[in-house]
Ligand binder design. Sequence first.
Ligand SMILES: Nc1ncnc2c1ncn2[C@@H]1O[C@H](COP(=O)(O)OP(=O)(O)OP(=O)(O)O)[C@@H](O)[C@H]1O
Ligand SMILES: [Mg+2]
Length: 261
Amino acid sequence: MKPKTFVKNPINGTKFTIAISSAKGGVGKSTFASNISIALSKLGCKVGLLDADIYGPSLPKLFSINHKPESDGKNLKPILKYEIQCMSIGFLTEEQTPMIWRGPMVTSAIKTFTQKVSWKNLDFIIVDMPPGTGDTQLTFSQEIKMDGVIIVSTPQEIALQDVKRGIKMFDKLGVKIIGLIDNMSYFVGDDNKKYPIFGEGGVKKTAEEFNKEFLGEIPIEPEIGKLGDLGTPIVHSKPENKISKIYLELAKKIKSTYLLN
Ligand SMILES: Nc1ncnc2c1ncn2[C@@H]1O[C@H](COP(=O)(O)OP(=O)(O)OP(=O)(O)O)[C@@H](O)[C@H]1O
Ligand SMILES: [Mg+2]
């Protein structure tokens, strides 16, 4: 039998596709994806944000987008917010509609979002992945030219177990892992002491174990949740906050890895 070969297409109108992933749920992927998109845009990059979480889209809430995208009969137009070109299945459905879809339908939704959206002149498209190692990760890795993936994790062993599975999946599928982020790594109390609520050093250790770059820590900051719920991500609404500065530094690193200036 002949081996199956996959043709990897770039996303139209996009130079580089970067996914934000972690096999674990609730570790802050969507929060990271939205804030890093805004940080890259603040550095002068043209950025798209694709919410690839078909069952649990977050982008309508995180960017406070409540209207449907326009269509020219052939393609959907991304919705522009905070200078980011955005697309999410959540723009097309009512807020509380459960997506009861089989795998092939998810794959086809992803094809629509990557092939039938008129993304324009993007330097980067940031793809916010759902939790797990399922159809979405597989479709992107096998059929789309992915330039890198950033793995987000929290430091607990239970999160890291899943994250290790995620790393192995991308390695196996030949997708470059840019590095690992330790999110919610510690809390700074009123006494200015660091409290590593979920444990310490686990993400860095995992990065070393798998020979990946450790990209740094993002502490627990209640403002992140509050501003996310309001649809005004912290890098947009409080660019001077120390968390926003961490995001801007990371964005500089990503930009300089892929673009000349
Ligand atoms: N550094 C942080 N400090 C405090 N809260 C955070 C931080 N990062 C994320 N959160 C909060 O954690 C919750 C989960 O974040 P988010 O939805 O981004 O995770 P996710 O990995 O995308 O989840 P899912 O797997 O369901 O898609 C949100 O309420 C978010 O505001
Ligand atoms: Mg999410």
